[in-house]
Design a protein around this ligand. Structure first.
Ligand SMILES: Cc1cc2nc3c(=O)[nH]c(=O)nc-3n(C[C@H](O)[C@H](O)[C@H](O)COP(=O)(O)O)c2cc1C
Ligand code: SF4
Length: 487
């Protein structure tokens, strides 16, 4: 990485200057110089595949808030967030947020649960989203809403924010140590897995009954679905060969087909990964974390604990297996694919490029624009290879003021089918809609990647955009976060 300080994008006013900056970093990111508005906007073009019609190219990424009740119901702030998802103008709502298929698989004690007792409240979440969407855009035509179904696997914390209760598929030489797991820590058995597959079926039946258009069988960010794909060292039916490592996906999909035949299926996939990163203690200054450095894996080559990583140089991605995985999805009739990378737990700069790290993170080891470019290039490559899949790209929020210019160019040039936005939806849900409508942009609402929406939950508080959304800024949780940050 260059030793020059990272240029704060908030200080860049002109698109031409932004493009110059990209060139100086030798990064290939498409960027238009003018925004096209109204029906001619590439962002407003519908997309149709099979029986699915999505009314425009804007997608809301799943964004959970750690703000449900301990028995899995949404709270007032969960409803508010789903209203914002609707207000965004996006016609593809990818999952809303991670919803656990069982209590033991929750990532935190406030994660939503897909269960009989929460059914009516999940229906209300969908309903408030649709109502707000109609208010903002005038119609629900082409609105496609999914529910992201998850089991948190290695990162399960169902009962207390500060107590890991991992459900692991194999021993990971680096992550087991981080989670302080003893060598005899139990591994999920094939019988346990059969029960989890049933949980996904049950949750999908609920989504189908409630009128969700699709379910996302989450395979990203280090959670259980993703861990299956790297279970090279596991024995039995779910480990070792590629066929075994994708068996969970096939079993879940086959069951859904028979239980909910009209329900579409999507998969959010961490298509590329790298090794776990830590903060460099040698370079920590004034109580500030040092830059991220990759774990030393020199004694772990060939590296057998990742998916989409190069086994001999695991800091590099390798898309050979992700390509096989997308081929399987196509064969299974899964047409909706959301591409992401890495994990928020062990390499957050890969997953959500940011200028400021969360409290348990590290300073960016690269210009965050490199992280944006990496995900965009990966998505472009896979899109070229799979023209018939509907592909959603991720990690655009760091682009800040230049998001509409890049998003428009990415769609126009076919790098992706839909532009998925995450953090920006927390601070400024209507940003891409406003831009493609020709409305003035509210610069003060643009996400500057302060990472408070991650720092808060890492410290047992609900997530939200504390710096920019008055709802959180002025809340009791806001005061507590401020106190925490002051140390
Ligand atoms: C507060 C927060 C909550 C998130 N929740 C989820 C989630 O429930 N499911 C998921 O797949 N990704 C989740 N993500 C990841 C985002 O969907 C997205 O991939 C990531 O933020 C990068 O996109 P962005 O640059 O637009 O923010 C979350 C991210 C943040 C910051
Ligand atoms: S807290 Fe707000 S500004 Fe910071 S990263 Fe999250 S959404 Fe963006």
């Amino acid at each position: 990485m260059s030793s020059l300080p990272i240029l704060r994008l908030g200080s860049v006013k002109e698109v031409a200057r932004f493009k110059q900056h990209l060139a100086s970093l030798a990064l290939e990111i498409p960027c238009d110089t003018e925004i096209i508005t109204g029906p001619e906007s590439p962002l407003r073009r519908p997309i149709v595949r099979e029986k699915l019609r999505i009314g425009n190219r804007i997608a809301v990424q799943p964004m959970e808030g750690w703000d449900g009740t301990t028995d899995g119901y949404p709270s007032e702030s969960t409803f508010r967030r789903w209203q914002h998802f609707g207000r965004s103008g996006a016609k593809l709502i990818w999952g809303g947020e991670a919803v656990a298929v069982s209590h033991e698989g929750r990532a935190n004690p406030n994660q939503l649960l897909a269960a009989d007792h929460t059914t009516a409240s999940l229906a209300r979440l969908r309903a408030v989203l649709v109502a707000e969407h109609v208010k903002a855009t005038g119609s629900e035509d082409g609105l496609v809403i999914g529910l992201q179904l998850t089991h948190s696997g290695r990162f399960s914390r169902p009962n207390a924010h500060d107590r890991n209760e991992p459900r692991i598929l194999y021993r990971h030489p680096l992550l087991d140590r981080r989670l302080q797991l003893p060598p005899d820590y139990p591994i999920l058995t094939d019988v346990d897995i059969a029960r989890i597959v049933e949980d996904f079926h049950r949750a999908s039946a609920i989504a189908w009954k409630l009128g969700f258009d699709f379910v996302d069988i989450k395979h990203c960010h280090g959670y259980l679905g993703h861990e299956f794909l790297s279970a090279h060292t596991r024995e039995g039916n779910y480990g070792g060969s590629f066929e075994n490592r994708t068996r969970f996906l096939r079993e879940v999909v086959q069951g859904i087909r028979s239980i909910a035949p009209g329900l579409h299926i999507g998969v959010r996939l961490s298509a590329a990964d790298t090794v776990p990163f830590t903060t460099d203690p040698q370079r920590a200054t004034n109580g500030k974390a040092g830059p991220g450095v990759p774990a030393d894996v020199s004694n772990l080559i060939p590296y057998r604990w990742g998916f989409g990583v190069n086994a001999t140089t695991p800091t590099r991605e390798d898309l050979a297996e992700p390509i096989r995985f997308l081929t399987v999805l196509e064969q299974l009739g899964v047409h909706l694919v959301n591409l992401t990378a890495g994990s928020p737990y062990y390499n957050p700069h890969i997953q959500r490029p940011a200028l400021y790290p969360p409290s348990d993170g590290y300073q960016p080891p690269e210009d965050p624009l490199a992280g944006v470019a990496r995900q965009m290039q990966m998505t472009r490559q896979l899109k070229q290879r799979f023209p018939n899949l509907i592909i959603v790209g991720s990690a655009y929020s760091y682009l800040q003021d230049f998001l509409p210019y890049v998003a428009q160019a990415a769609i126009r040039e076919g790098w992706t089918d839909c532009v998925g936005i995450g953090r920006m939806v927390l601070s400024y849900p209507e940003f891409l809609w406003d831009a493609s409508e020709g409305k003035p942009i509210q610069h003060k609402r643009i996400c500057r990647t302060f990472s408070d929406c991650t720092t808060a939950p890492r410290n047992g508080l609900p997530s939200g955009c504390y710096p920019l959304d008055p709802y959180y800024k002025n809340s009791e949780a806001g005061e507590r976060l401020l106190a925490l940050k002051k140390g």
